[in-house]
Ligand binder design. Sequence first.
Ligand code: PGA
Ligand code: ZN
Length: 428
Amino acid sequence: MRIDAVDAWEVLDSRGDPTVRVRVDAGDASGTFTVPAGASTGAHEAVERRDGGDRYGGRGVRDACVAVRNDLASAVEGRPVTDQEGIDAALVDRDGTDDLSTLGANAVLGVSGAVAHAAADATGRPLYEVLAPDSGSGDLPMPMINVLSGGLHAAADLPIQDFLAVPVGAGTYPDALETVWEVRRAAGARIGAERRSGGDHPPAVADEGGFVPPVADADAAFELLVGAIRDAGYDPGDEVAIAVDVAATHFYDADADGYALAGETLDRAAMIDRVVGWIDDYPVRSVEDPLAEDDWAGWERLADRVGDRVQLLGDDLLATNADRLDRAVASGAANAALVKPNQAGTITRTRRVLEAAQDADWAPVVSARSGETCDWTIADLAVALDAGQIKIGSLARSERLAKYNRLLGIDRASDGGFAGEAALAPRE
Ligand code: PGA
Ligand code: ZN
């Protein structure tokens, strides 16, 4: 079946910001995809196009939608809808730049994602099968689930972005969700007890549904989370481990060449010591972006010290970019790669980076953005490519639950194989 129509229009995401929704028609089949957006974006991501001007505070995406309907539609109309690779190559070619800055990565990814959904509809197969290699789709991923939020995602004093729970003791994907639900409830009770006496309103949540904790420093947040794991009846470390997204790019001060963390500025060596201290003092199993996106020397030094003990996960460092991943693998700067389709710009590029991480024995972690919709494509992508891990946000807000719930549906429809703790880096 060949693509005969491509349409795009502006919708609003979970922050209320405009984003691009694309529909692709191929005969009787059709597919729709909605593009996510980050807040703590990296400098090396494919370029998101915004209109500027007065509408929506400059964040409109009408120009990106026009680019879909004109430039990109004409590049893909008439092509077989199941030829994802050929279509993605044509999209990149039509843009003409590596970072997709001519037409916008949000325009390009919108079409790429909608094509995948249309191919699923055209073939009558679920998306996780359509996106899978010939060897078939993989296991349900281990989720790392946001419990406490700070940084650019929350009106909090806490500079660190995410404190997450990894249910390493869970034997199935549904068990994993249930375990973290208990931990999250216990964390909410602790925060509530601290904030007021009595009352049963849940604490305020941030962009990804994590609680905004009444603490300003990382140690207090770690202690709160460890306490919540215990309150929920789990062993911190053996049953529920902690993951942290430091998102350090956003408090790196280039002029001072240091990290401005809660009132103090740490030089590179002190920042590395601080991160190693957290790993020594708390049951931390995964650390994302502990250093800034271009602090290659810092990453390498940290990996030398703790890369054989914990997962060192590159988000802003790698930006789902094949060249940056190659460089990081060659220098041993990390051992795991966050994979975000809108950093890459097409489904094919996303898949290539994920597979390159697997080939290097690194752990890929498929990830949502802080600005999302109820689009659940990344759930299928994680299963299709056997990523082993997924990061969606907290167990709150429908744009997060749409993806967790999609995975429950895949669990139900499949044999329920679960990647489990073995999915985390460092790989044995
Ligand atoms: P972002 O946050 O979508 O705002 O970039 C997610 C992350 O940093 O992992
Ligand atoms: Zn991140």
